[in-house]
Design a protein around this ligand. Structure first.
Ligand SMILES: [Zn+2]
Length: 128
């Protein structure tokens, strides 16, 4: 299991993480803000709650006696979403920086608001 930080293809376009709030910037769900359920690093795709939802009809089985309709979200390209900044109330470009303790964090390039830590603090990066 390769960590998401070291996985190939991880760059400016792929700093979306599980549980991030993102804004969809293209496609039929454009403008929607929702939570990231899964990140598929190798494919540069993300699965976002309620976005690109598909429905599948199921027959009644022993396990599911009612049958009916189940829905699931299809992965969409990570380039179709931007991380959502609660301060800007919009999808934004994000940067990365180290704090005084060497903790890497992401931030909103528009307003500077912190968007969550990245990985564990590395003392090598700490300001000495
Ligand atoms: Zn912002």
């Amino acid at each position: 299991m390769v960590s998401w930080e070291t996985a190939a293809g991880w760059d400016e376009n792929m700093n979306i993480r599980k549980d991030d709030m993102v804004k969809v910037i293209t496609g039929v769900d454009k403008g929607k803000i929702a939570k990231v359920l899964r990140v598929l690093n190798e494919k540069n795709k993300v699965v976002v709650e309620g976005i690109a939802q598909v429905y599948k009809h199921t027959k009644a089985t022993r396990q599911n006696q009612q049958g009916g309709r189940i829905s699931k979200e299809m992965p969409i390209s990570a380039s179709n979403v931007q991380v959502y900044c609660p301060t800007c109330q919009d999808g934004v470009r994000q940067g990365r920086r180290f704090d005084a303790k060497g903790q890497k964090e992401r931030y909103c390039k528009t307003c500077g608001h912190g968007l969550g830590n990245v990985g564990k603090a590395k003392t090598a990066h700490a300001g000495k």
